[in-house]
Design a protein around this ligand. Structure first.
Ligand code: FE
Length: 133
């Protein structure tokens, strides 16, 4: 798991606020959490690629998506070097935050399915799905 983050996309807070829809801004740039069960991506079962809603980088393949029952789109593995992680001690918990281009995507938990045992619990609003052509 990578702990070093590269920032291929550097934008000011004002730029992100202008470019992202308000709900995506709130999650990506203000560490928000979308309400469970609200993302259409929960029900997205087609083959394709999940990209970062901010920078467009490919983050998760549909091959690694699974139904966690959490109400958030969940994956057992990101693409190689696609996301970065850091320790998040907010809300009196110690969690591992997952991010891309300096934006908050969600958290990863050690209770996922085989083969990794990891559960990448993502805010759907931070992702964009691109169906396989
Ligand atoms: Fe990104």
């Amino acid at each position: 798991m990578s702990t070093e983050e590269q920032f291929p996309v550097e934008k000011s807070d004002d730029e992100w606020r202008r470019e992202l829809p308000p709900d995506a801004y709130k999650v990506l740039r203000a560490h928000g959490t979308e309400r469970a069960g609200t993302s259409p991506l929960n029900e997205e079962h087609c083959p394709g690629m999940f990209r970062c809603a901010a920078c467009g980088q490919e983050l998760f393949s549909s091959d690694t998506k699974f139904d966690s029952g959490s109400g958030w789109p969940s994956f057992f593995k990101p693409l190689p070097n696609a996301v970065a992680t850091s320790v998040d001690k907010s809300l009196l918990m110690r969690r591992t935050e997952v991010h891309c281009c300096g934006g908050h995507l969600g958290h990863v938990f050690p209770d996922g399915p085989r083969p990794t045992g990891e559960r990448y619990c993502m805010n759907g609003v931070a992702l964009k799905f691109e169906p396989k052509a």
